[in-house]
Ligand binder design. Structure first.
Ligand SMILES: N[C@@H]1[C@@H](O)[C@H](O)[C@@H](COP(=O)(O)O)O[C@@H]1O
Length: 275
């Protein structure tokens, strides 16, 4: 696992966006070779999306041949509800870039057959050859997507009842009215994300520091589903200083010592070296 520690939220967002930009550009996607990207929602990735939009507007990055799959969606919330993940993705990202609408896959939390909808989503991912880079976010209880504590680490896309902690954490998006927060969601499984060829998880803020500690320094446990990625062949966690508060000084020093190497991954590809 690679742990990239940046000073603050803005630099973590920028690092993550540059990494995505470089991965897409190096892959050089085309009509017969799309880049398949898994995407999260929540407040954390907003800064990364803003930067990606900027790169697109500056002509650095095209999403014409990018296919996306979102991690999750609430059950029973109208697509046009401002807090649905459909609204979130279109408002914060898709409408600002040149993605083809048919390339942006988001689970339908209003499908009449929710189980079939989850199976269909898995099939769609398979059809395009799997996910190249899955970007994820976590809750303070260490859940990835909506894989709440106790979720199977080999789970696939399915319906999940949300944990009380998650409902409380998400109340801020529903006017702090807990009764308005949906109590179930469709979510990709831990196994679905594990199947991606690469995973990048963005974790920022002191309120996530215990989860980051569980993800990096403790053993793999279904009670902290993000810890499963210790088994992934290519997983990068991008975090800010605040999120490292519960890590050992030794761990932080070790990974910070690798920053020069990490920063090679995000350098501007079009800038010619001068020496
Ligand atoms: N299902 C989503 C997760 O996918 C997301 O990672 C998490 C964190 O949200 P935030 O970034 O707002 O802390 O929120 C929800 O629980």
């Amino acid at each position: 696992m690679r742990l990239v520690i940046l000073d603050d939220y803005d630099s973590a967002s920028e690092w993550a966006a540059k990494y995505v930009r470089n991965r897409i550009k190096e892959f050089n996607p085309g009509p017969d070779k799309p880049f398949v990207l898994g995407l999260p929602t929540g407040s954390t990735p907003i800064g990364m999306y803003k930067k990606l939009i900027q790169f697109h507007k500056e002509g650095q990055l095209s999403f014409e041949h990018v296919i996306t799959f979102n991690m999750d969606e609430y059950v029973g919330l109208a697509v046009e509800h401002p807090e649905s993940y459909h609204s979130y993705m279109w408002d914060n990202f898709f409408k600002h870039i040149n993605i083809k609408p048919e390339h942006a896959h988001i689970l339908d939390g209003n499908a009449t057959d929710l189980v079939a909808e989850c199976d269909r989503f898995e099939e769609e991912i398979k059809k395009v050859g799997g996910v190249e880079l899955f970007i994820g976010g976590i809750g303070p209880d260490g859940h990835i997507a909506f894989n709440e504590p106790g979720s199977s680490l080999s789970s696939r896309t399915r319906i999940k009842s949300l944990a009380v902690d998650t409902i409380l954490a998400n109340a801020k998006f529903f006017g702090n009215d807990i009764s308005k927060v949906p109590k179930a969601a469709l979510t990709v499984g831990v196994g679905t994300v594990m199947d991606a060829r690469e995973v990048m998880i963005v974790i920022t803020g002191a309120h996530k520091s215990f989860a980051l500690y569980k993800a990096v320094e403790e053993g793999v446990s279904h009670m902290w589903t993000v810890s499963a990625f210790q088994y992934h062949k290519k997983c990068t966690i991008v975090c800010d200083e605040d999120a490292t508060l519960e890590l050992r000084v030794k761990t932080v020093k070790y990974f910070k010592g690798l920053m020069e190497v990490h920063n090679q991954l995000v350098k501007d590809l079009d800038v010619k070296e001068t020496q």
